[in-house]
Design a protein around this ligand. Structure first.
Ligand SMILES: [Zn+2]
Length: 472
């Protein structure tokens, strides 16, 4: 007797697709079949031919940074809305300046564990050399193997979250330490040359009368070549140190080419982009004004299409949302906070814009939203696929469901920059480790079900380290 069976599904994994059923016992997938004869179960969900994919692994959020709510409140509310997006693992970028992570991780893990709706992981923000020195200890004790540096992005102008800019010495130190552990750590860099960004903000805002207006001005104040230059600098350092290098939120048309150069040279890199860079542009009718302020900026159409090409070519390999729950509105592009929500619209944008408009397959979407992020951050094959023995993280999608991104639909209390926009293809059921946490667009999970997935030494088998393949 199984605990849960999902039958009459179009099952799509990174490797295969079939019509049939998936059976769950406890927290894991126990059996699957391509026939009409599933085993008996406590609960049976008839999928009516809808698509069943692995739970989405979301590698990029910032929680508790805006001051609108506490860290704990946002971890709870945002892991709950993550289920609406079919997401079963959320990674948070944790950033501290004053503390060492070895001092604060036990209390942070204690704080979040009782309130998580889905599984959870951390990337550590590296803001000083003492953080580099504790990389081996953080990896061993809490499984923390990914480290983020603001090598650019936030300088003297416009640094509302008080980011610390890493110089070349800090990048080098972090990469050397990350490369020294087994399996190797992953170094993530926000790439936008700080001096140039400061310069262009002053020029556009103060000398050019604010520029062309709205998101166009923001793009003029942080032009694409700022991102390009910093990517090339980080690529050199990654080659020099042998580090595994991850680029969050890639937005520029030259990004995929930089990755291709890295692969030719043997530098290990994974490029991430975000749904906003695949849908919004800084030009009408796809611009949303100052609400869409984000770093790096929303770009002109040619960059959006180049990133889609990068996805098709396998050069942009992971989707993250850079989700920041913020209250915005009523301010100019120069005064507004950067960032906005994204988890609820990740799959709708990938399905609507990727599959329906640009001919991607659902298998490709599974690869970049589930399989690749799970491999990149050492969660595969526990996460990121549908196989017997994997965690029962499953997302049922109605490919034909068309709906508007209303506040009610996204169930958000923060500013919804996608208000009024329609997408086709939405998650309708989310299962996290065997437990139904979202059904018919209602959050039905309970806080405390989610676990910190990176922690070593729980009673499950360790994740097999098959991630080398992504680090080519
Ligand atoms: Zn971010």
């Amino acid at each position: 007797m199984m605990d849960l069976v999902l039958k009459n599904a179009r099952v799509v994994t990174p490797f295969k697709e079939f019509n049939g059923w998936v059976a769950v016992r406890g927290e894991r997938i126990a059996a699957m079949g391509d026939n009409d004869d599933p085993p008996r179960a406590e609960r049976v969900i008839d999928c009516q031919g809808k698509a069943l994919i692995p739970g989405v692994v979301e590698p990029h959020t910032h929680l508790g940074v805006s001051g609108r709510a506490t860290h704990a409140e946002e971890v709870q509310s945002e892991t709950a809305v993550a289920t609406l997006g079919g997401i079963t693992v959320v990674f948070e970028h944790l950033r501290r300046k004053d503390n060492l992570y070895r001092e604060i991780m036990p209390s942070i893990i204690d704080e979040v564990s009782p309130i998580l709706h889905v599984d959870f992981g951390f990337h550590l923000g590296i803001t000083k050399h003492e953080h580099c020195a504790e990389i081996p200890e953080c990896a061993e004790r809490w499984g923390l193997r990914s480290y983020k540096l603001n090598i650019g992005g936030y300088g003297k102008e416009q640094n509302p979250y008080k980011a610390v800019v890493a110089d070349n010495a800090l990048i080098y130190d972090c990469m050397v330490n990350a490369a020294s552990i087994t399996p190797q750590g992953i170094v993530m860099t926000h790439c936008e040359d700080v001096a140039l960004v400061d310069h262009f903000i002053r020029v556009v805002r103060d000398e050019r009368g604010g520029g062309s207006g709205g998101l166009k001005s923001w793009n003029e104040a942080r032009p694409p070549f700022c991102e390009d230059l910093d990517m090339r600098r980080a690529a050199r350092l990654a080659k020099l140190t042998g580090a595994k290098w991850y680029v969050p939120h890639t937005t520029i048309d030259t990004g995929p080419g930089i990755a291709a150069d890295c692969y030719r040279e043997g530098t290990q890199v994974v490029l991430e982009t975000c749904p906003q860079y695949l849908y919004l542009t800084c030009e009408d009718p796809y611009q949303v004004g100052a609400l869409g302020k984000v770093n790096p900026p929303i770009r002109p159409r040619e960059h959006v299409e180049a990133i889609w090409e990068g996805i098709k070519n396998g050069l942009v390999r992971v989707i993250g949302t850079d989700h920041v729950p913020l209250e915005k509105g009523g301010k100019s592009i120069w005064e507004e906070l950067p960032g906005f929500l994204g988890m609820q619209v990740l799959l709708p944008i990938m399905i609507s814009e990727g599959i329906h408009k640009r001919g991607l397959t659902l298998r490709q979407v599974v690869e970049i939203c589930c399989y690749n992020p799970a491999r990149t951050f050492y969660l595969y094959p526990r996460k990121g696929t549908i196989e017997v023995g994997s965690d029962a993280d499953l997302t049922l999608i109605d490919m034909e469901l068309e709906a508007e991104c209303s506040d009610e639909w996204l169930q958000t209390k923060v500013t919804n920059v996608y208000k009024g926009i329609r997408f086709k293809g939405w998650p309708v059921v989310t299962v996290c480790r065997g437990s139904v946490v979202m059904e018919n667009r209602e959050i039905v999970g309970k806080p405390g079900w989610g676990k910190c997935v990176q922690l070593p030494g729980d009673d499950r088998e360790p994740a097999l380290d098959l991630s080398e393949a992504i680090w080519r």
